[in-house]
Design a protein around this ligand. Structure first.
Ligand code: SAM
Ligand code: SF4
Ligand code: SF4
Length: 341
C-alpha cells in the first residue's frame, strides 16, 4: 500500500496532495451564487443522515488517502460548523500520521470565541472565513438570510485570537452583486492580520445562473487595489498554490487572488474532493464522481479502497477551467454545496 517509492500521479503527472471533505450539504445561508432559495427552498431534500459519511468513514478515507500522497485536509460543506461534534472529527483526523495541515472553510456564522479555541485544541490548523461585502445591504442580498456583517467580522477576530493561523478571508467577486465592495474590503483587512483573498466567480453546479460577463478578472481586481494601495507580487508558498499572492508595498500584509476563470491552474491541481455522501470527485466541475460510500460499506479491505482510489486518480485527466467556454456552462455538474469549494 505504500506509494512512497513510486508517487502516484494522474495522466498529466499531477500528484494527489489535498483532500477536501464536505461534511454536510446543509447550510444556514442561502448565498445566491451557491444555494439560491429557488433551488434550495424549504422543500429541498438534503442528504439524510444515514447516507452521510460517518466520522469513522471520513477518518478511514483520510487515513488511506495518505498512502496516495495526501498531507492536507480541508473541511468544508455546506456549512461545516452545522455538522454536530465536528471537533471530534478534527481530533481524529489530527492523529493520522502524514496529515500535517487541517483547515476549515466556514461562513463564520457559528464561530464563537469558545468554539474557535475548541477547534484549535482539537487540532485544527487554520480557518478560511467567507465574507463577500462589508456593506450590510450588499451582504444580506448575497447570504439571503439577513445575516449581519459584524458577526462575521467577530468570527475573524475569534479565529485570529485562537491562533488558527493564517486566517484567510474569502471574497467571491461578482460583477452584479459586490464589485463595489472590493476597495472597502481591502481597506478593512489591510493590516488586520487576516489575509484577504479575492475569488473569481465560477460556474460551479447548475443553479446559480452564472454568466461570463459577471466575472471580474483577477487582473482588474489587482489593478483597482494597486491604484489605492501599491502592491507587488510575492512568490508562491508552495508548488500548486491556487492563489497568486501580492503584498502591500508599505509592509502592511498581503492579499491573494484566485483566478480560476481567467488564469486557470489545472496544470498544478493536486486536489480531490469527498462529497458529504461519499462520492470521490477529482474535479470541482465533475459530473458525479465515484460512489466510495458503497465500497466503504461493503466488506472492502483497506487495500481494495487504496487500489480503487489509486486507479481513479491515475486515470484522471481533469482540466475543466482550461476548456471553459459559454458552451461548457450548460454541462451537468455537481453543486458546490455537495462538494465544497
Ligand atoms: N459554507 C462555507 C463557506 O461559505 O465558507 C464553506 C463552503 S463554501 C461552498 C466554500 C467557498 O466556496 C466559499 O468561500 C464560497 O464563497 C465559495 N463559493 C461558493 N460558490 C462559489 C462560486 N460559484 N464561485 C466561486 N466561489 C464560490
Ligand atoms: Fe452556504 Fe457557503 Fe454556499 Fe454560502 S457559500 S450558501 S455559506 S455553503
Ligand atoms: Fe482542478 Fe478541475 Fe479546478 Fe482545474 S477545473 S483547477 S482540474 S478542480
Amino acid at each position: 500500500m505504500n506509494q512512497d517509492q513510486n508517487p502516484l500521479t494522474d495522466t498529466r503527472g499531477r500528484g494527489l496532495r489535498d483532500l477536501r471533505i464536505s461534511v454536510t450539504d446543509r447550510c444556514n445561508f442561502r448565498c445566491v451564487y451557491c444555494m439560491p432559495k429557488e433551488v434550495f427552498g424549504s422543500d429541498h431534500h438534503f442528504v439524510p443522515r444515514q447516507r452521510l459519511l460517518s466520522f469513522e468513514e471520513i477518518q478511514r478515507v483520510a487515513r488511506l488517502s495518505t498512502h496516495l500522497g495526501v498531507s492536507k485536509i480541508r473541511l468544508t460543506g455546506g456549512e461545516p460548523l452545522v455538522r454536530r461534534d465536528i471537533e471530534v472529527l478534527i481530533e481524529e483526523l489530527s492523529q493520522i500520521p502524514g496529515i500535517s495541515d487541517i483547515c476549515l472553510t466556514t461562513n463564520g456564522s457559528l464561530l464563537t470565541a469558545a468554539r474557535a479555541k475548541n477547534l484549535k485544541a482539537a487540532g485544527l490548523t487554520r480557518v478560511t472565513i467567507s465574507l463577500d461585502a462589508l456593506d450590510e445591504r450588499r451582504f444580506a442580498a448575497i447570504n439571503d438570510v439577513d445575516f449581519p456583517v459584524s458577526k462575521v467580522l467577530d468570527s475573524v477576530d475569534y479565529a485570529l485570537n485562537a491562533g488558527l493561523l493564517p486566517v484567510k478571508v474569502n471574497m467571491v467577486v461578482t460583477g452584479h452583486l459586490n464589485d463595489d465592495q472590493l476597495l472597502p474590503m481591502a481597506r478593512h483587512f489591510k493590516g488586520s492580520g487576516a489575509i484577504l483573498r479575492f475569488i473569481e466567480y465560477m460556474d460551479v453546479g447548475n443553479s446559480n445562473g452564472w454568466q461570463l460577463k459577471q466575472v471580474i478578472p483577477a487582473g482588474e481586481i489587482i489593478r483597482l487595489i494597486n491604484q489605492e494601495f501599491p502592491l507587488e507580487p510575492v512568490g508562491a508558498n508552495h508548488a500548486g498554490e491556487v492563489a497568486s499572492r501580492w503584498c502591500y508595498q508599505d509592509g502592511s500584509g498581503e492579499i491573494g487572488v484566485i483566478a480560476s476563470v481567467t488564469q486557470p491552474f489545472c496544470h498544478s491541481c493536486h486536489r480531490a474532493r469527498l462529497s458529504a455522501e461519499g462520492r470521490f470527485v477529482s474535479c470541482l466541475f465533475a459530473e458525479g464522481g465515484f460512489d466510495l460510500r458503497a465500497l466503504l460499506r461493503s466488506d472492502a479491505s483497506d487495500e481494495v479502497v487504496v487500489d480503487t482510489l489509486s486507479r481513479l486518480w491515475s486515470l484522471r485527466d481533469d482540466g475543466y477551467s482550461e476548456i471553459r467556454t459559454e458552451q461548457t456552462v450548460g454541462l451537468k455538474k455537481v453543486e458546490m454545496s455537495y462538494i465544497g469549494g
